[in-house]
Write a protein that binds this ligand. Structure first.
Ligand SMILES: Cc1cc2nc3c(=O)[nH]c(=O)nc-3n(C[C@H](O)[C@H](O)[C@H](O)COP(=O)(O)OP(=O)(O)OC[C@H]3O[C@@H](n4cnc5c(N)ncnc54)[C@H](O)[C@@H]3O)c2cc1C
Length: 720
């Protein structure tokens, strides 16, 4: 047995994609612990590296430069990523609340940083913006910087972070040639904890940039045009940032864990008062060696947390965390110059900035330098053809692993012709239409090889995928049977996985008025999920019926096969993958109802847009013209197609469809053969219905588009 085939027996959940956890993911990917399943919970697909935030605000780095891509890291580590914020921990039930989900854990670690918002300050919510979390601040700053006219900025909190940000914003405004006032406000003295020599240098640089420093000034309110002080003064500001200290996340108080000033108290092994919960980074208080909140400690804690999580799971020896006393502080000065300070010694100049830049980039490179897992080596002697049949790329999940259309058509052709009068369709249609007395039932089945490590996302998207044929036939979903193949896991993990799969799927079926009535589960090499679904329809919409002149409407973007293939190879951008999965997870009941008058309809799945459109054209005896520029695409898919990334089934799709599609080879036309999982509905509708339907789609939030026209002639596709 290889380690891959060992059963999983424990769920390790990392809450927060902070610096420690990001590094632990990297280490885990390089040295996984067989038997442990890893989960990361983070609100966004990326986590910002704050060390480069001032440089970004000043205009030296693009936003992507400071984004740690958690989707890539999670895939590298073999971890599932749940996008959401943890809001509670039930330590008795051993579950973590994320939205309306409960994530079970056997061992957990918390690395969620701090927040610098000031919710109790009057006017903060409508008119202030916290420096942390970074995402909303960076977005609003980019919009503010791009505006016209004189700027007025205030930063509340003159610690090192606030001082750096004030200088960065002043530099960026000057560089754009905007007249600006920048004020740095603190209720006490500026730059506490900084040695006098460094403070002197920083004050001089503040003055050089024209930044007004207000010390011992108590802020009483933020208004749209100013910061109001307790003594009645109003400091002009139309962009007010708060960087006033580190506030712990309030929900931690509900966990029952021992806290120090709201931060989780941990021992020298980074263990909280509950031995099953660890904590690290800014959110933790090191009881044995208290330290200021600084990224350097979060980074240094990573190998210790990695070792101690493994120790808790395997019994290997634990390691104590002995954080260094002082560390090299590098504080950027707006332009490409910085002040450095360690052990009382201070340095200043462009070379200090270059040193900081090098250290920061090295950190980011470490987290971005991820190589996909190489396929296991072939035995020395194998049958001829094995190498070609296996290929050099990993087998895709979802529809990317489907059997190609040519092989399927050949196999279906050998089936005996139907002799039953109550079966109204031939094999190969989207779904069977069965006549039962005066009722028409449609019947379909679909199953998918796992394309995500999150059973909940898998359950939801597979249910939507399986319902696609029912929706495409204009039927009302009725009942579903589940087929589940689980990879080897212990009994408790089996129960967790099946519960997540079915809960997510049931939510989709129930919302459509259908019920899961049973199914079948078995254990196999890897997770596979499928549903057999029935629906009821008075007048099913079929593939035939498209008429020349009809408008072709597609209800979802294409390119998901390319994105999923790239994600497995660590080649896709995390935010693109997250957006694609969110689109795949969008049900299509509303879309199907908007298209109920369609002349012909199908769902775009494994054979790609071209393959499924050709099915309509063959059944209807028509041709079509596709307007390539109008086809909606998943973000990032075109770039990946241009890099030559293709799904496993792509070549078979292209071979089957390309001879009937007049096109020039390009990244865009490559996507016509891209397999879609839970793809959109493709409908031929009367031309005068197209615009009102598209308006309704816009209102309902779909990225639907009119992508072409049905034409007279043989079943061929022209492109323009
Ligand atoms: C302007 C500025 C400049 C700085 N410069 C430096 C520097 O140069 N050097 C240095 O050492 N330190 C610096 N710091 C401090 C440094 O940013 C922090 O110490 C460091 O980011 C802490 O890392 P962390 O791992 O604790 O968490 P963070 O990096 O804050 O990451 C926390 C993660 O958890 C996620 N999260 C939050 N809540 C939840 C939840 N409920 N559920 C799930 N996930 C959640 C967040 O979205 C985030 O991805 C700076 C701070 C600021 C404000």
């Amino acid at each position: 047995m290889t380690p891959m085939a060992l059963p999983s027996v424990a769920d390790v959940v990392l809450i927060g994609g902070g610096h420690t956890h990001a590094l632990v993911l990297k280490m885990w990917g390089m040295k996984p612990l067989p038997g442990a399943r890893l989960t990361l919970i983070n609100p966004a697909p990326t986590a910002p590296y704050t060390g480069m935030l001032p440089g970004h605000v000043a205009g030296h780095y693009p936003r992507e430069a400071l984004d740690i891509d958690l989707v890539r890291l999670a895939r590298f580590a073999g971890a599932r990523l749940i996008l959401g914020s943890a809001s509670a921990i039930d330590r008795e039930a051993r579950t973590i609340t994320v939205g309306d989900r409960r994530i079970a854990y056997d061992l957990a670690s918390i690395d969620i940083g701090i927040t610098s918002d000031l919710p109790d300050l009057a006017g903060f919510s409508p008119h202030g913006i916290a420096a942390k979390p970074l995402g909303p601040y960076a977005t609003r700053w980019a919009a503010y910087l791009g505006g016209d006219g004189p700027a007025a900025v205030a930063v509340i909190g003159a610690g090192v972070g606030g001082t750096e940000l004030a200088m960065a914003m002043a530099h960026a405004l000057h560089a754009r040639g905007r007249a600006a006032t920048v004020t740095l406000i603190d209720r006490g003295s500026a730059l506490p904890g900084t040695v006098p020599a460094a403070a002197r240098r920083l004050r001089r640089n503040l003055a050089n940039l024209g930044i007004q420093l207000l010390e011992n000034a108590q802020v009483s309110e933020i208004i749209p045009t100013a910061v109001r002080l307790a003594d009645g003064r109003e400091i002009p500001s139309t962009f007010t940032v708060t960087a006033a200290g580190a506030r712990p996340h309030l929900w931690l108080a509900t966990t029952g864990l021992d806290l120090t000033d709201g931060f989780i108290t941990v021992d020298r092994y980074l263990r909280s008062s509950d031995p099953l919960i660890y904590a690290c980074g800014d959110t933790a208080h090191l009881a044995h060696a208290p330290r200021p909140k600084a990224g350097v400690y979060a980074v240094r804690a990573a190998p210790i947390l990695f070792a101690n999580l493994r120790a808790a799971l395997s019994g290997s020896p634990r390691k104590p965390f002995d954080p260094q006393g002082d560390y090299l502080k590098l504080i950027s000065l707006g332009g490409q110059s910085a002040v450095g300070e360690r052990n009382g010694l201070t340095l200043e100049g462009p070379w200090v900035w270059r040193l900081k830049d090098r250290i920061d980039r090295r950190f980011m490179d470490r987290l971005a330098d991820l190589k996909p897992m190489a396929p296991p080596p072939l035995p020395a002697e194998v049958a001829r053809g094995v190498r070609d049949a296996r290929g050099d790329k990993p087998l895709c999940g979802g529809c990317g692993s489907k059997v190609g259309p040519a092989a399927l058509t050949r196999a279906l052709a050998t089936l005996p012709a139907s002799t039953r009068k109550d079966i109204l369709t031939r094999p190969g249609d989207d779904a069977a239409i069965l006549r039962m007395g005066r009722t028409t039932q449609v019947l379909t089945t679909d199953h998918l090889r796992a394309f995500t490590l999150d059973p909940w996302a898998m359950g939801r998207i597979t249910a939507i995928h399986a319902l696609g044929d029912i929706w495409a036939m204009g039927a009302a979903p009725q009942a579903a049977l589940a087929q589940i193949i689980l990879p080897p896991v212990s009994d408790p993990l089996q129960a967790r996985t099946v519960t997540e799969l079915l809960d997510a799927a049931a939510e989709i079926f129930t919302a459509e008025g259908a019920e899961i009535v049973g199914g079948h589960t078995t254990t196999g090499a890897e997770l596979t999920l499928g549903f057999t679904v029935t629906g009821l329809a008075d007048r099913p919409v079929t593939l035939s019926g498209a008429r020349p002149g009809d408008a072709l409407i597609l209800t979802k973007p294409i390119g998901s096969g390319t994105l999923l293939a790239a994600e497995m190879r660590l080649a896709a951008r995390g935010p693109d993958v997250a957006a694609c999965l969110a689109e795949m997870a969008r049900p299509q009941g509303t879309a199907a109802r908007l298209l109920r008058e369609a002349h012909a309809m199908t769902d775009v799945t494994g054979f790609g847009l071209a393959g499924h459109l050709l099915n309509i054209l063959e059944a209807s005896g028509t041709g079509a013209t596709l307007d390539l520029a109008a086809i909606p695409l998943h973000h990032g898919a075109l770039d990946l197609a241009a890099q030559g990334i293709r799904s496993t089934i792509w070549e078979a799709n292209r071979a089957a469809a390309a001879p009937r599609v007049f096109h020039e080879d390009s990244p865009l036309t490559a996507l016509l053969f891209d397999p879609q999982t839970a793809g959109g509905l493709l409908a031929a509708v009367a031309p005068d219905h197209a615009n009102p339907i598209l308006e309704a789609f816009g209102t309902a939030g779909y990225r639907a588009a009119r992508i072409g026209t049905v034409t007279d002639g043989p079943p061929l596709i022209a492109t323009r």
